[in-house]
Design a protein around this ligand. Structure first.
Ligand SMILES: Nc1ncnc2c1ncn2[C@@H]1O[C@H](COP(=O)(O)OP(=O)(O)O)[C@@H](O)[C@H]1O
Ligand SMILES: Cc1cn([C@H]2C[C@H](O)[C@@H](COP(=O)(O)O)O2)c(=O)[nH]c1=O
Ligand SMILES: [Zn+2]
Length: 211
């Protein structure tokens, strides 16, 4: 379990002397939002001013809350662009960002600026998309972060540890919001099997159309 850096990182009034970036990544259903909520609740207990942000693109559950799959929730601000966070987080010492994969690449620079202003920045997001490719600004964020935590789900096919989000419907757009009706957490083996089957049926369909 992630333990916050020691309190010597604070001045005598308890304010942060140095900032840093924490990344929480993993597949869908792996507990990213739960872990973000857990860390933010502990910051609140320590009476540190905090603010949570999420991208306008993702309003699946609530406009002004981050909500985990098991219905844990915390107040958040929805922003259209990562750069909006800079002004809105001015009075926060701890900044949480959920669904980071949906922001533009400038999220990396925004997080670095916030950390350079001595803020603790906690970013949660999908490390890979439905094809198993790195998602948005997540890889770059992992590179500049002081702390990276990868959380895991349970494979819905075989019960092993899952790192992949398998899409159950046949669309190739990277952006497709949804839950269990559209995605399944899968281990490497079951993810690969699903992808092979998909390519196989796609090729069969193309062959059929050529006739
Ligand atoms: N396949 C699964 N593996 C693990 N947890 C799952 C799975 N399916 C549903 N869950 C639920 O999802 C919760 C995690 O939700 P959440 O924090 O929102 O995940 P994430 O933000 O990574 O999508 C778990 O505590 C569990 O209740
Ligand atoms: C893999 C993948 C996911 N999405 C969408 C589906 C969900 O709306 C979110 C992820 O939510 P979670 O909190 O991590 O469960 O992202 C997508 O648009 N494209 C993808 O490839
Ligand atoms: Zn599996």
């Amino acid at each position: 379990m992630f333990i916050e850096p020691h309190f010597s990182e604070r001045d005598h009034e308890g304010s942060l002397k140095v900032g840093w970036i924490e990344v929480i990544c993993g597949s869908m259903f792996s507990g990213k939002t739960e872990e973000l909520i857990r860390r933010m609740k502990r910051a609140a207990l320590a009476r540190q001013p905090l603010q949570i942000f999420k991208p306008a693109i993702d309003t699946r559950y609530h406009e002004e809350q981050i909500v985990s799959h098991n219905e844990n929730a915390l107040q958040s601000i929805t922003v259209g662009h990562a750069s909006d966070i800079l002004a809105l987080a001015e009075s926060a010492e701890v900044v949480g960002i959920d669904e980071a994969q949906f922001f533009e690449d400038d999220l990396v620079d925004v997080c670095v600026q916030l950390a350079n202003q001595n803020k603790r920045v906690i970013v949660a997001g999908l490390d890979m998309d439905f094809e198993g490719h790195p998602f948005g600004a997540m890889p770059a964020l992992m590179a500049v972060a002081e702390f990276v935590t990868k959380v895991h789900a349970i494979c819905m096919v075989c019960g092993a540890v899952a790192s992949y989000s398998f899409r159950l419907v046949d669309t190739n757009e990277q952006l497709l919001l949804g839950e269990k009706e559209l995605y399944e957490a899968r281990c490497r083996r079951c993810f690969l099997e699903g992808m092979r089957y998909r390519h196989h049926t796609e090729e069969a369909r193309i062959r059929e159309n050529r006739r």
